[in-house]
Ligand binder design. Structure first.
Ligand SMILES: NC(=O)c1ccc[n+]([C@@H]2O[C@H](COP(=O)([O-])OP(=O)(O)OC[C@H]3O[C@@H](n4cnc5c(N)ncnc54)[C@H](O)[C@@H]3O)[C@@H](O)[C@H]2O)c1
Length: 471
């Protein structure tokens, strides 16, 4: 990734260092802090929005589809599970499936025929996803491929008249974020990033409470992806295809996977709908734990142990919204710790937190968490309609405890009814932009970086995501 800002900072540091004998050490240390020039702060190229090629897709409604005919691309660990769920959603038909691993395609078709359905058309070539996108009997391209393919496939799909749904993160550079936005606007097709954590039960519940004013005005939230994935990243057989996640960890720092913690709190706080991300600062620890793991597993002189990994163990990013609210997002896939997405929301009347234990504290006694029976009564009172209507089935079908099924069901439901989707391309772009922007901030000692307005102003009049239902 190019870093023009770093170049100009390096020049600035050189000049300041040259003058350090005269100006003294105190001023030199400022070079790394507040003395970064205002010009430099606004010189990030991402501040400028590219010209729009179409009209806004905020609230986009498309022609209702009787049956959603799907092309499913990427049938690995995630995609095979997604297929199992999609087969159980009313009104779907899997027309075509693709993976570069022929066995994955065969196994997927067995899943389809075992469910008593007609086999899908199989594709196994490296670029066969293009052929699927070009077919005229498909409405939705649903992909679970490695990160670097996401935007390319989604853009191609939309350009061929398809709606596109894509695993997280849907974009890994700022340019990709804009490509998704511009293509959705140009083609007037839906793009949805499959941020399943927005549909988890506690997240839906706290969204409902937030919309009903239980926490007052919410001005602060925390989210995270803390999940020790070292064993899986270093797994040579049966893990990530071509070890793509390890490869990314070699080349990038910051928070490469921000959306699981961010999506639910961004929706609760009305990001892109009444408020928007303005700027962020991000810092990372050095990388310690991947090397240690590699030394212990493969030996101190192994290529894995000698290899440099850019990804810091713990990344902390703080995002400031235009309306003065903040969100802290953490990423750590390397430290030996229990799983957490935190999901803490804090308002003028109380707070809620999900990990390590679901708890709520409310005024007039917000110094203490609610007692178990009061907590349960509140949860029952504000159970989200999606949980009431389909929670039981979702838990049976599964997928991270049911949230994946609720997500898929709502996606297909909205397409069949011609409704706007729960997450749109602006959400995907804003949430994914935290990846490259956090990296940029980390590489410039935590200096703040602007977050573009992907909605090009539409956030001001858009209503926050409502409490949705199914019939
Ligand atoms: N939302 C969640 O909870 C969740 C959970 C796990 C993974 N994911 C996301 O799902 C995506 C896939 O992750 P995974 O764990 O399944 O990885 P994976 O490596 O198991 O699966 C990726 C699949 O894509 C296939 N593939 C690679 N190149 C291809 C090409 N050119 N054409 C067709 N197929 C191709 C691979 O063969 C592999 O089967 C990632 O974006 C990941 O972040 C999300």
């Amino acid at each position: 990734m190019k870093d023009n800002n770093n170049n100009s900072r390096r020049k600035f540091i050189k000049i300041a260092a040259a003058g350090s004998a005269a100006i003294g050490l105190v001023q030199v240390s400022n070079v790394f802090g507040s003395q970064i020039s205002a010009e430099e702060q606004i010189s990030y190229k991402e501040k400028k929005a590219p010209a729009s090629r179409g009209k806004s897709v905020m609230g986009l409604r498309c022609e209702p589809l009787k049956t959603v005919r799907i092309g499913l691309i990427g049938l690995g660990m995630r995609g095979s599970g997604s297929l199992g769920r999609l087969l159980q959603v009313d009104g779907t038909e899997i027309i075509a499936i693709a993976d570069v691993v022929p066995k994955a395609v065969k196994d997927a078709n067995k899943q389809i025929t075992d469910a008593g359905l007609k086999p899908a058309i199989e594709y196994t070539g490296d670029e066969d996803w293009k052929k699927i996108c070009e077919r005229d009997d498909i409405d939705l391209i649903y992909q679970c491929t490695p990160w670097l393919l996401h935007t390319t496939i989604a853009v191609y799909a939309m350009k061929h008249g398809k709606h596109a749904a894509c695993e997280v993160p849907s974009a890994v550079t700022l340019d990709e974020c804009w490509d998704l936005v511009n293509t959705a606007e140009e083609t007037q097709r839906h793009f949805m990033m499959l941020e399943n954590c927005c549909y988890d039960f506690f997240e839906l519940n706290t969204l409902n409470m937030a919309r009903n004013g239980v926490f007052g005005d919410i001005h602060y939230a925390e989210g995270a992806y803390i999940h020790d994935l070292r064993w899986l990243k270093f797994l040579k057989e049966g893990g990530y295809h071509d070890m793509w996640r390890l490869e990314f960890s070699k080349k990038h720092t910051g928070d490469p996977y921000p959306t699981h913690g961010l999506g639910p709190v961004a929706q609760i706080m009305g990001i892109n709908r009444g408020d928007r991300f303005d700027y962020l600062s991000s810092i990372s620890t050095n990388q310690f734990s991947m090397s240690l793991y590699a030394q212990e597993k493969f030996g101190v002189n192994s290529p894995e142990a000698i290899q440099a990994y850019k990804l810091g163990d713990m990344n902390t990013t703080i995002i400031h919204s235009l309306k003065g609210k903040t969100i802290m997002i953490q990423h750590d896939t390397s430290s030996p710790r229990p799983y957490s997405r935190i999901h803490r929301i804090s308002g003028t009347k109380g707070m809620a937190v999900k990990y390590p234990e679901e708890q709520i504290a409310l005024e007039p006694n917000a110094h203490e968490f609610l007692k178990k029976e009061d907590f349960e009564a509140l949860m029952k009172k504000y159970e989200h309609p999606l949980a009431t209507q389909m929670g039981e089935k979702a838990k049976k079908v599964g997928g991270h405890g049911g949230m994946d099924f609720i997500m898929d069901y709502r996606l297909i439901y909205c397409l069949r009814k011609g409704l706007p989707l729960d997450q749109d391309v602006y959400d995907a772009a804003a949430w994914c932009s935290i990846g490259p922007l956090s990296e940029k901030s980390v590489l410039s000692r935590g200096n703040s970086v602007d977050v573009p307005d992907f909605t090009r102003g539409a956030w001001e009049n858009a209503a926050p995501w409502p409490i949705v239902t199914i019939e």
